[in-house]
Design a protein around this ligand. Structure first.
Ligand SMILES: C[S@@+](CC[C@H](N)C(=O)[O-])C[C@H]1O[C@@H](n2cnc3c(N)ncnc32)[C@H](O)[C@@H]1O
Length: 305
């Protein structure tokens, strides 16, 4: 089961109206999608995307029973192409991104995301994509591994962990999550309270293998022009690297072009394409009690000018 994070907050930020046209770029198990459909009337529509085949299977079931809903199994970096092919470009009332991995992905040891349950070291959201985590760890050199752990995991001990990985793989290929978790646990000299020592390494490798930050940059840049005037862009992030990208992107769109100060143009927002809506939203105490995975979630929203 996936417990949708910031569900009502996302619906409010999207301002779902009965005749609206929406995109859910991260279907997962359809928690947000179902809630959007519940607010739509017969003339509204929802298009969802996800690159995970298990999400696609869940979406197929929903599509059979609801003609307002359609789904495309793809990475969201193809957002503009998908939306254009359905003649919805510039006509969307809202686009939602609920980033990262779903609970079913994390909880299924066969997917290779979990440092708590042993399984094949895969970590691909789309298993048809070229390189698994094990394949990358087998081929990357120590400096590349260390750089990924530093930049995408903010791992203090990135050098030590990279050295330990390269040392261990010389003994035998690292193909299981359990083995990677214990290599990291041995290499990291101190523990962060309440965190498994491999948390940062697993996060970094997952983000790298799935090109998560590149996907996000690309999709955000495409999203703005797909919205109708007044349409809402809503993004839920789960770590600071994502949130920084979202925050900077929304602010730069809200600021508009950086023009030389002597141009005879009035108004501070010349060229702005978005207006920020409210402040960053975090889960309340009740949601955190019910779902500890919501801990690091942040929602940001903006409206197409
Ligand atoms: C946090 S879950 C979404 C949960 C969903 N909102 C729900 O309520 O069930 C994130 C989903 O986004 C998908 N995803 C992440 N990055 C993606 C990308 N670049 N392209 C397509 N899908 C992606 C993952 O496969 C995962 O199913």
């Amino acid at each position: 089961m996936h417990q949708s994070v910031l569900l009502n907050e996302a619906l409010d930020a999207l301002r779902v109206g009965p005749e609206g046209r929406y995109v859910d770029a991260t279907f997962g198990r359809g928690g947000h999608a179902r809630a959007i459909l519940a607010r739509l009337g017969s003339k509204g529509c929802l298009l969802a995307l996800d690159r995970d085949p298990a999400a696609a299977a869940a979406a197929a079931e929903l599509a059979v029973n609801d003609s307002r809903f359609s789904f495309e199994a793809t990475a969201f970096s193809a957002l503009a192409d998908v939306v254009r092919s359905r003649d919805l470009a510039g006509r969307l009332d809202g686009i939602l991104f609920d980033l990262g991995v779903s609970s079913p992905q994390l909880d299924d040891p066969q997917r290779g995301f979990s440092f708590l349950r042993d399984g094949p070291l895969d970590m691909r959201m789309d298993p048809t994509q070229d390189e698994s985590a094990a394949e990358w760890l087998a081929r990357a050199d120590e400096a590349e591994i260390g750089g990924v752990l530093r930049d995408l995991g903010e791992e203090r001990f990135h050098r030590r962990v990279a050295r330990a990985i390269v040392g261990a793989r010389a003994q035998a290929p690292i193909t299981a999550t359990g083995r990677l978790a214990s290599i990291v646990a041995e290499a990291v000299p101190t523990r962060e309270r309440g965190k498994h020592p491999a948390t940062r390494t697993f996060q970094a490798i997952r983000i790298h293998v799935n090109r998560e930050l590149e996907e996000l940059q690309s999709a955000l840049a495409q999203a703005v022009d797909l919205l109708a005037h007044g349409g809402r862009l809503v993004v839920i992030s789960f770590h600071s690297l994502e949130d920084r990208i979202v925050k900077r992107f929304l602010r730069s769109c809200a600021r508009g072009a950086d023009l030389p100060p002597d141009l005879p143009i009035t108004g501070a927002h010349h060229g702005a394409t978005l207006r920020l809506v409210g402040k960053a939203v975090h889960p309340g105490a009740e949601e955190l009690d019910a779902n500890p995975r919501a801990r690091s979630a942040v929602l940001r929203a903006a409206e197409r000018l």
